[in-house]
Design a protein around this ligand. Structure first.
Ligand SMILES: Cc1cc2nc3c(=O)[nH]c(=O)nc-3n(C[C@H](O)[C@H](O)[C@H](O)COP(=O)(O)OP(=O)(O)OC[C@H]3O[C@@H](n4cnc5c(N)ncnc54)[C@H](O)[C@@H]3O)c2cc1C
Length: 396
């Protein structure tokens, strides 16, 4: 298709993960005509575990210590985000199988417990509601935990949902609002064009008035021509699920020093995650499973909850998480009217709908539901070369 025959739409959202989906829905609710373009990668929202995190994850603190200040800046958003998930489900009449049964980060040694005490003290300073449980209290609250566990940090407003049910429900909500979905469409670049943009992909150029980049790890690349150096990278992760079981694990369980998350979905299956690496793939291929990660996470899960040994793992898969600087990258790009970025930050599924709402509010000129200033894309501003953001003419 030639540029003169290019399609037109008002608003394009690039990326149909939880963030892009929710932004599309919120903007369509406000009356905008929205098209979502999605490459169909094995991405965070399509692969994730459905944990609703509030306390800081020890894994992130260990792997990315330099990004902890960013995570701390974002910490107050997590309890709001969990509440927002619940309110969204109620408002839209959608059942996400959400349960707020609390989260336990367990410790096996006095050193790990001391780490949790320091972490909890810091989190309380920032406003989270967390407490430390000793051996007796944790055993009473979570009798399913193995004998090695000597204490835990409890965060009562953590929980879980079923991401398959949530993703399906949210996509259906957007379709009901008239959002046009185009899947299998990888956006190669965005070009400023008069008072709008042209979005390029294999389906040909698409002209629009505004573009929201919600393309997770690929967002940094797509935003580069607009003077933003967002260091978004893909982090391929493994995950597994068991056959359904009787109610066993009530809480979202994590470990103070080792990579494990365990939770039981409403249908009884237990999801074994924790951020074990998968094998990175070229281009748009799905990340490959890493057998060592599967064995290690299952072994660790069995150690934390011995009754897991009675269950069979029926499925394992991998997808790409996105890492930036611990904080989300959210909101309009001041120097490029009509362009906005939406990357939620660590535990991005938990943050997804709230982050989307903050960006949609910003685009719509409403006061954002939560303060967006600390997350604005401008912190990644770089000087553009003499020639500003590329125009259509400059590209051809
Ligand atoms: C295995 C795994 C388990 C996880 N578990 C949890 C959890 O339990 N709780 C939690 O809070 N978080 C979890 N996460 C993180 C969470 O899933 C992500 O942070 C979140 O889904 C990000 O949402 P998103 O919409 O920003 O991005 P994504 O869900 O990654 O979606 C981005 C979308 O953009 C599309 N895209 C990318 N580039 C382009 C392009 N150039 N053109 C068109 N489309 C493009 C992709 O196809 C994709 O659909 C997990 C992640 C993984 C990988």
């Amino acid at each position: 298709m030639s540029d003169s025959a290019a399609e037109r739409t008002d608003t394009v959202v690039i990326g149909g993960g939880v963030v892009g989906t929710c932004i599309a829905g919120f903007l369509a609710e406000a009356g905008m005509a929205v098209t979502v373009l999605d490459a169909g990668h094995a991405a965070g929202s399509t692969s994730n575990a459905g944990s609703l995190h509030v306390q800081m994850q020890s894994r992130f603190m260990r792997l990315y210590p330099d990004r902890v200040p960013g995570l701390e800046a974002q910490l107050p958003l997590y309890p709001l985000a969990v509440r927002f998930w619940a309110e969204l489900g109620t408002r839209l009449g959608l059942d996400f199988e959400l349960k707020l049964t609390g989260g336990l980060m367990v410790a096996e040694t006095p050193e790990q417990l001391a780490f949790l005490e320091t972490k909890a003290a810091r989190e309380r300073e920032i406003g989270l509601d967390v407490e430390i449980l000793g051996s007796e209290a944790v055993r009473q609250m979570a009798p399913y935990l193995g004998p090695a566990i000597i204490g835990a940090e409890l965060c009562r407003n953590e929980g879980k949902l079923n991401p398959l049910a949530a993703n399906r429900g949210l996509a259906g909500w957007t379709r009901g609002l008239g959002v046009l979905w185009r899947r299998g469409v990888h956006v190669t670049d965005i070009v400023a064009d008069g008072d709008g943009y042209v979005v390029h992909s294999a389906i040909g150029p698409l002209h629009c008035r505004q573009v929201i980049i919600a393309a997770a790890w690929d967002s940094g690349r797509l935003a580069t021509p607009f003077g933003l150096a967002i260091p978004s990278i893909a982090e391929p992760l493994n995950i597994a699920i068991t056959e359904p079981a009787q109610p066993l694990i009530g809480h979202l369980v994590q470990h103070a020093d080792r990579m494990i998350t365990l939770k039981q979905l409403a249908a009884g299956q237990i999801v074994i995650g924790g951020g074990w690496p998968a094998r990175a793939a070229e281009g748009s291929a799905a990340p490959g499973l890493e057998l060592d990660s599967l064995v290690a996470s299952a072994t660790l899960g069995l150690h934390v909850v011995p009754a897991l040994g009675l269950l069979r793992i029926i499925r394992c898969w991998a997808g790409n998480n996105t890492v930036v600087d611990g904080r989300g990258v959210l909101g309009r790009v001041a120097t490029s009217p009509g362009l906005a970025i939406a990357i939620p930050g660590d535990a991005g599924y938990t943050l997804g709908p709230l982050a989307a709402r903050m960006v949609a509010d910003d685009i719509l000129g409403r006061v954002p539901i939560a303060d967006i200033e600390a997350f604005r894309p401008e912190r990644f501003n770089v000087a553009l070369p003499a020639q500003a953001a590329p125009t259509r003419a400059a590209r051809t």
